[in-house]
Design a protein around this ligand. Sequence first.
Ligand SMILES: [Zn+2]
Ligand SMILES: [Zn+2]
Length: 142
Amino acid sequence: MTVSVDLLRAAGVKVTLGRVRVLDALAIAAAPLSHADLEVQLPDADRVTLYRVLDSLVACGLALRAVDARGVFRFSASGPHRRHDGHVHFRCTGCGGVFCLKAAPPPLPKLPRGFHLDHVEYDVSGTCAACHNKTLDHSAPR
Ligand SMILES: [Zn+2]
Ligand SMILES: [Zn+2]
């Protein structure tokens, strides 16, 4: 019985071996994983299944998806959060990590009469502490 099983149950999605294995892999990963990373870690997993599993984990809020500096999708486990619409996310352009911030999104702007809001997205991005430290190391004089 892993934590992933509990998380999947709590999120109200069916517990499948694929979901548990992918969520486990994301949870223990030191950095956000790409599709290719996951294919290496789970060599017997079917590629299409892997994509579907990732999509379902993102849809139920257990995984977060972002694009890294090279335009590659990266996935990270989102921790105990289940709903991510109540706070702002920070996207690291270095490692592709997505971090939940303890900050509520700003209030919605007042719309002109007859306008209907469908979707709001705040794009807060930059470098996380780990990536920032890496750039400092590289630029440090020897
Ligand atoms: Zn980073
Ligand atoms: Zn979040």
